[in-house]
Design a binder for this molecule. Sequence first.
Ligand code: SIN
Length: 475
Amino acid sequence: MQTDLLIGGSWRSGTDGERFDVINPANGDVIIDVAAGTAADATAAVQAASEAQPLWAATAPRVRAEVLRNCWQTLVEHQDELADLIVTEHGKPRSDAIGEIAYAAEFFRWNAEEAVRIHGSLSMAPGGDKRIIVHHPPVGVVVMVTPWNFPAAMITRKLAPALAAGNAVVIKPPRETPLTALRVAELCEQAGVPAGVINVVPTMTSSAWFDAAVDHKATRMVSFTGSTAVGRVLLRRCADRVLKTVMELGGNAPFIVFADADIDAAVDGAMTAKMRHSAETCTAANRFYAEAKVADEFTEKLAQAMGAIRVGSGFDESVTCGPMINAGAVDAMHELVTAAVGGGAVTRLGGNPVAGPGFFYEPTVLANVNHQSPIAAAEVFGPIAPVIPFTDTDLMIDQANDTEMGLAAYVYTEDLRRGLQVSERLHSGMVGLNRGAMSDPAAPFGGMKQSGLGREGASEGIYEFCETQYIAANW
Ligand code: SIN
């Protein structure tokens, strides 16, 4: 297993020889230690990327596409091994980890198909004095800072379009899940990505690392997935060098159930939206608004479904929710639940941390939650479902939009006209209409408001990693 830094196609230890432990959140044990990159290593990685990038950019799009397709195939061939790594360092159930690798690999297949379709345009200027030629070269070197909740897919969602467009990258994986990142990079090199085009530098000193990466003159772009709080800090830092950014930040998704909805389907969708990948997704349903006439039925059925969840190690096949990433995450959830109950919410299920070893929280359903409760405002990265009854649709939509976040939202109704009207009124980059999941490499993933800038996936995703150049031409 690779546990060193990948810089310029070589595996090496960090400049100061430090290492850090990777912890299995299902039992708190140390899995292995990993080289800790320093600021000097970040600089070296950007330098290596800048040296490899021109040749990769000059490689024919068809050839880049074939390399990306090989990456897709290689990841699929190593699905079991990669899923085991994810379960070990993240903890999610193995079936989710298998699904994550299929999802992660698919970004390579989709972008292999897009690599040969980065279109520009040619037009005559309205004044007839010149031709306007527009084309899209790669930005150059991209720094990627990725989260722990999808140790593979949140890397490939950035990496595949960046490579398709002809960029070279430096990845800072999270300290919680560096092993999957290192293995994905190794497999991509085996699949034909040239040395130096992908560099991976885990670290314990994120802000020094990031400063060094941003200050290198070859860095032209930062792509980040993580919390809005950290995103703001990185954006400020990127402003110093006016870097292009893509920011996939926090969510606070409302999940709306109208009285005419198929309640069983809404509960199924709610379980997907809330619980996929151990309830640790930014698209997770955060607040459930159920029309008063069906609020009890929905809450009861949701509590039954949540009550059937089995919490434990992701390697146990009967387990459907793994551990939270660390003890702090469990404490944060318990604080939110305690505040909601203190504010009048009724606990229908769970409501407590699970005794260790490992970092677990009981699947929890809270009824009669108040929209003012902190749990309705916070991003809840855990198996907690607060239900807020509503009678007035306009007020409910105001409440659903009453957040600085705008990543995902969900609407359940049998009336498609109303479903589309309500969807359009939600200030949210993505809406699941009678669906509990919307992520797809072929669709533009991203948020409005403080949930982010730019989009990942779809055709939009590849242009984020391109410049636009206009040539005014006469001939
Ligand atoms: C995320 O949590 O950022 C990603 C969720 C997804 O891709 O479905």
